[in-house]
Design a protein around this ligand. Structure first.
Ligand SMILES: [Fe+2]
Length: 393
């Protein structure tokens, strides 16, 4: 595995932890930041490798990691050795990668404690049956974390593909449409996408550092950054666990243990208002979300990425928001844009505040995230399946 170029020296030290707060002036930065939080104030700025801009990332390509011939040979041997095991049962002890495995763990550290993302390139999946591609991707993913359920059906291997749905339906999840997704986070620590086939036109992946968005918002309109540092309701879109409301509460910016962990999905915040029991949004919430959108849309801040077949993108949901542009697909079913998704729970994730448990089930590191509803049974379908929420069309 080779990085495309030597990593740039960060302008702001240090790369770990991923982001550290710059509080109002004081002798002990961390302590002052927490004290500020207690009095209802918010940190002024976070430093660290996770606070990047798209303009910086376009100047470098060390975030693209290319698999070598030796890496591909290890993956081939591991796939063959596990071909008879149920895919859901395969972990890193089964999917043995003597030299590549430790390198994948280093990438995982970069995702969790550093820049927050990586694009793994060089898997030549041309002509592979879906079984082999899915098993190879699953095996690679297992080195990053345990796969958790992506929907009420318990899918631990997700198919991102247009199923001809309409996102105006409040029970539709946008990944099964051709529409633009808008910047959002998934309900897991790390999300990974492997590209089987790109779209005919469009369908770019766009990512933005939510740490940078926070810094910009706190600089320009601190009162709006403060509004988004308090919980807001998110629609569950019909995927409701036992004894829970049809919405959950979380803040967009969660300041916890010296880090900011972010979570957003504007469509879901807005559609939460269809539930009479959800707290009402105020004009300031909309103003704050407008500014968040405006900042994320800034070409200097976000980074667009084109996927090639075999590319694997891995992201840290706590420090990165992701989006997908609308796309035009090929008419033939066998050529349609198709990505395989994993939601991963690493054993060394960051601490999260308790409020995440409303969506994530728990905040216990190594045992959190995913969507679990009554009757959810984990399985890894090899073809796209409707995700099971009730639909109006
Ligand atoms: Fe997503």
């Amino acid at each position: 595995m080779e990085t495309a170029s030597a990593p740039r020296q960060p302008e702001t030290p240090p790369p770990s932890p991923a982001s550290t707060p710059v509080p109002t002036p004081g002798p002990m930065p961390g302590a002052v930041a927490l004290a500020a939080m207690d009095s209802g104030e918010i940190p002024r700025r976070y430093l660290g490798a996770a606070a990047w801009t798209g303009a910086e990332m376009r100047e470098r390509d060390d975030w693209i990691v290319r698999l070598s011939e030796a890496d591909r040979a290890e993956l081939d041997a591991a796939w063959r050795a596990t071909a008879q095991l149920p895919i859901e049962s395969i972990g890193p002890r089964d999917f043995v990668l003597p030299a590549l495995g430790p390198k994948l763990h280093a990438l995982r550290d970069e995702i969790i404690d550093g820049r927050g993302f990586v694009l793994l390139r060089g898997l030549d999946i041309e002509g592979w049956p879906i079984e082999r591609t899915a098993r190879t991707w699953w095996g690679i993913g297992s080195w990053f974390g345990r796969a958790v359920s992506q929907n009420a059906m318990g899918h631990v291997l997700g198919h991102v593909r247009d199923l001809d749905y309409d996102t105006r339906d409040p029970n539709v999840r946008t990944y099964q449409t051709t529409e633009r997704q808008y910047y959002h986070s998934d309900s897991c620590d790390i999300v990974g996408l492997m590209c089987l086939r790109p779209a005919r036109r469009g369908g770019l992946s766009s990512i933005v550092s939510s740490v940078t968005l926070y810094n910009e918002m706190a600089r320009r309109r601190p009162e709006l950054a403060a509004v988004l540092s308090e919980p807001v309701p998110f629609d569950r879109r019909g995927e409701v666990p036992d004894n829970e409301e049809p919405f959950f509460l979380n803040a967009v910016f969660n300041h916890h243990e010296g880090m900011v962990s972010s979570y957003v999905s504007r469509r879901y915040v807005e559609s939460s208002q269809r539930h009479p029991s959800a707290p009402r949004l105020a004009p300031l919430h909309f103003e704050a979300m407008d500014l968040l959108d405006e900042l994320a849309e800034d070409p200097d801040l976000h980074l667009d990425m084109e996927f090639r077949p075999g590319d694997i993108q891995l992201l840290h949901n706590h420090t990165i928001f992701h989006d997908r542009t609308a796309f035009e697909d090929w008419p033939e079913p066998e050529r349609k844009r198709h990505l395989l998704r994993l939601w991963l729970c690493p054993p060394n994730g960051r601490p999260l505040p308790e409020r995440y448990a409303g969506r994530w089930g728990s905040v216990t590191i190594g045992d959190r995230g995913g969507i679990v509803c009554p009757g959810t049974k984990l399985h890894a379908p090899l073809t796209p399946v409707q995700d099971g929420a009730p639909r109006t069309r």
